[in-house]
Design a binder for this molecule. Sequence first.
Ligand code: ADP
Length: 178
Amino acid sequence: MAGSGRVRARPNILVTGTPGTGKTTTCSLLVDATQLRHINVGELVKAKNLHDGWDEEFECDIINEELVCDELEDKMEDGGYVVDYHGCDFFPEHWFDRVVVLQTDNSILHDRLTSRGYMGAKLMNNIECEIFQVLLEEARSSYAENVVVAMQSNSVEDISNNVATLAEWANNWRPDGS
Ligand code: ADP
């Protein structure tokens, strides 16, 4: 917890991965199984206007990372949150006790994204992001090795297993690491 200046009573978990890998679904089930609360960063950005406009090519908000971090800071210092976002390199490293990278096979992800209406550059960009394991690399270069875990998210069974594993970890977490 280097750099935080204080000890959290409960852990923070970051759930990241390419859009469509199941972050929001996983986080919703995880908060039902723990005392943690869910923060969906994409929704927060929209609700509080924490962006610098709209990216026409990729059809998404251009988020203002500094405003997002300012908004989350007090909550992260308190602890007890599951944060859900398709990026992870701009959060302070000391915020998270576990960083989960969800991964999905390309053909499955392709179907999920097309049924969400993604096409063109947005679809291709996200499929390439998954093929090249961009989020896993980003997590590994931003957080300590023992904090980052990759989890498969191809099926409903995967989600149940992932939620059970993470809930057990969170419910047994102790501030002093004992
Ligand atoms: P993300 O938050 O990563 O963009 P979502 O949780 O919104 O992903 O999931 C996108 C869609 O894919 C939803 O319809 C969800 O039900 C489905 N989905 C996500 N993960 C899985 C999975 N492991 N198995 C089956 N369906 C999934």
